[in-house]
Design a protein around this ligand. Structure first.
Ligand code: TEU
Ligand code: CA
Length: 534
């Protein structure tokens, strides 16, 4: 039996930056509702909605102060209900972001826990008399001293994001009740933020893949997800194929799939922080994707496929060619990814080829907490300002978070006032209106790929096989018992040669002219196609 999410393409919305309906410079739920027709035209099956819950916005909503309320800047629960209804009318499900590794320090549980060390809520969080060496992912110690109760609490992210104590069964039940509140509203599933951290054992220095992680997920499944065909995708930075199978093997009853980040690791030097970025190593990309394609056979697990999200730089700016081949390299990345086995995710703006932002050298345009902490630490460590800004321009999370570019009117049709993050100055050339008007635009490649996935079972079923080619060419086969498909992509600015004995039967999708033969073929820069072959 196939699950709906095996034939679905998911579109991620970062609500602050998608569409502002009331001209306060911040995207909101009514803005999303306005743009549902656009998403229907693109053809996606579900929206992954980054957090819209009540939040002081220290980390743009990944710091939640009430899971059952909507942040005022986004609207209210009636807007949320309207979004669910309007999306459903268009065959679009809503995947909520589940952030339960931590809450905001302004969540009522934490407020009570702090004020009253004898309250049951105290044990919902992780308190110690002395800090250990654990560090926050956003920099500095992971422990914050609380004057009132004279203990330290754990925060693996910002100090306004205290970690929840999953060892407490009452806390776990509260989380499951909250999940059921949303499931009862008819959502399509959950994207689970840093879910691999909930089983942490902080005294042993273990933060991810802790000993009880999978017990908790099985318990969660029983209490919430069981018998409902919801899409669940865990964010798991350190997952290997073996770990991914533990989560996504259908017999384990945990999650549908996880986001693995091994290919994203190629963005920076090995064993270096993300700020030490490097250029694309195509042979390693091929090896990583091939490993995941082969190991996560549908009987044992399921893959998720993505280039972009709200934490990552725009793929075209780091691995594609922004200038000469912006749309063509965009199509090449799309074709390469969407014909693999797994569920593809598109991040807002990816479908029109949005790019990184040229941040001012004085850092005045930087909003992201991770970036701001990095700048402060790098300065303290005596790094050159030019090196710091170079890192920021290349990999800051704010690159993905600038407003969606809808048209060429001021503020790119996102808002009529100055938005919370500036609009990319390239909006007059890169915007939705332009993309829709041009039948050859990147948008229509995405549209075609999404349609193909819905219609063609081989995308789910067919085996994967990597072909030996020159290093900058990525070529793979998808084979069913009676059909063979070849996906062939030149991931470079130079021509490449390719040869094969297969004969061409049909063109499935291409970003260039289909060749007559595969024998002694010259691939132009960023050529990409999928052909049925014999
Ligand atoms: O991200 C988890 C995470 O580890 C990121 O902080 C990641 O390491 C970093 O962004 C890479 O640059 C999730 C969310 O996706 C992120 O937006 C949140 O800030 C974070 O969790 C805390 O909730
Ligand atoms: Ca608004």
């Amino acid at each position: 039996m196939k699950h709906w999410w095996q034939k679905a393409t998911i579109y991620q919305i970062y609500p602050k930056s998608f569409k502002d309906s009331n001209d306060d410079g911040i995207g909101d739920l009514q803005g999303i509702i306005e743009k549902l027709d656009y998403l229907e035209e693109l053809g996606i099956s579900a929206i992954w909605l980054s957090p819209v819950y009540q939040s002081p916005m220290d980390d743009n909503g990944y710091d939640i102060s009430d899971y059952e309320k909507i942040a005022e800047c986004f609207g209210d629960m009636s807007d949320m209900d309207e979004l669910l209804l309007e999306a459903k009318r268009r065959g679009i499900r809503i995947i909520m972001d589940l952030v339960v590794n931590h809450t905001s320090d302004e969540h009522a549980w934490f407020v009570t826990a702090k004020e009253n060390p004898n309250s049951p809520e105290r044990d919902f969080y992780i308190w110690r008399d002395q800090p250990n060496a654990l560090e926050s992912i956003f920099g500095g110690s992971a422990w914050q001293y609380d004057e009132t109760s004279q203990q330290y609490y754990l925060h693996l992210f910002s100090k306004k994001q205290p970690d929840l104590n999953w060892e407490n069964p009452a806390l776990r039940q509260k989380v499951y009740d909250m999940m059921n509140f949303w499931i009862d509203k008819g959502i399509g599933g959950f994207r689970m933020d840093v879910i691999d951290m909930i089983g942490k054992a902080p005294d042993k220095g273990i933060t991810t893949n802790g000993p009880k992680l999978h017990d908790y997920l099985k318990e969660m499944h029983q209490a919430t997800l069981k018998d409902k065909d919801l899409l669940t995708v865990g964010e798991t930075w350190g997952a290997t194929p073996a770990i991914a199978k533990a989560y996504s093997n259908p017999d384990n009853h945990e999650l549908s799939m996880v986001f693995q980040f091994e290919h994203i690791g190629l963005q920076h030097l090995d064993n270096h922080p993300k700020w030490d970025f490097t250029s694309l190593d195509v042979p390693r990309l091929k090896a990583i994707f091939s490993k995941w394609q082969i190991e996560l056979d549908p009987t044992e697990g399921w893959n998720s496929l993505f280039w972009n999200n709200h934490d990552l730089p725009r793929v075209l700016s780091i691995w594609g060619n922004e200038m000469t081949y912006r749309e063509k390299s965009g199509k090449a990345f799309a074709i390469l990814l969407h014909l693999l086995r797994g569920t593809p995710y598109i991040y807002q703006g990816e479908e029109i080829g949005m790019l990184n932002y040229p941040f001012k050298a004085d850092f005045s345009e930087i909003e992201d907490i991770e970036s701001r902490n990095f700048i402060a630490e790098a300065r303290q460590a005596g790094k050159q300002e030019e090196t710091i800004i170079e890192s920021i321009r290349k990999v800051s999370r704010d690159n993905a978070r600038t407003p969606m570019q809808w048209d060429d009117s001021p503020q790119a049709g996102f808002s009529t006032t100055k938005p919370w993050l500036p609009v990319n100055p390239n909006y007059q050339t890169i915007n939705v209106a332009k993309a829709l008007a041009d039948k050859n635009s990147l948008f229509y490649t995405y549209q075609a790929l999404i349609k193909l996935r819905k219609e063609e079972d081989w995308l789910v079923d067919a085996d994967y096989e990597l072909l030996e080619t020159s290093s900058k060419v990525f070529a793979y086969l998808r084979k069913t018992t009676d059909k063979t498909y070849l996906v062939l992509v030149n991931l470079s600015d130079e021509t490449q040669s390719f040869t094969s004995n297969y004969t061409i039967k049909d063109t499935i999708i291409t970003n260039t002219k289909t060749p007559q033969t595969l024998e002694n073929l010259t691939l132009e820069p960023w050529d990409a196609f999928c052909l049925e072959v014999d």
